[in-house]
Design a protein around this ligand. Structure first.
Ligand SMILES: [Zn+2]
Length: 141
């Protein structure tokens, strides 16, 4: 945190020209934390999973054949990446839903149609203005 932000006390969070009030900032921070926590957890799972898959495929290549081991590794590694990717997308939508996140500009719910293939963006799907504060805007990044 910079000196400027510290001297301002609770630093102001501005989204597309609108200064958020304390409650709105609190929700933004909670959502931000929940999003980050989910992403970190999934990333940890990915790393642990990859290590486990690697060890298993190494064992297979010793006891069966190298090709089988490699095939096993590639298949499971790809599966892991897909699971983490979709799992993260799902989590990001779930967080917005759980907090009943609303656009600070137009008041519409930010959770639109749920999409597995895409994470929710920072902009409001209704008015197009920035609706989710980034870590930097919240003075955390
Ligand atoms: Zn909006």
């Amino acid at each position: 945190m910079t000196e400027q932000q510290q001297s301002a006390g609770a630093s102001k969070v501005v989204l597309a020209g609108k200064v958020l009030d304390t409650d709105e900032v609190a929700v933004q921070r909670a959502v931000r934390r929940a999003r980050t926590r989910g992403a970190t957890l999934l990333l940890t799972l990915l790393v642990v999973g990859l290590v486990a898959v690697f060890v298993t495929s190494f064992w297979i290549s010793r006891n069966a054949s190298g090709e089988t081991g490699l095939g096993f590794f590639l298949l499971l590694a790809a599966l892991l990446f897909i699971m983490v990717y979709f799992g993260n997308n799902y989590w990001q939508w779930r967080v917005l839903q759980a907090f009943d996140m609303r656009c600070p500009h137009c008041g519409e719910a930010l959770v639109g149609p749920f999409r597995w293939t895409k994470r929710p963006g920072y902009a409001c799907p209704h008015c197009g203005k920035d609706a989710l504060a980034t870590a930097r805007q919240l003075g955390e990044g």
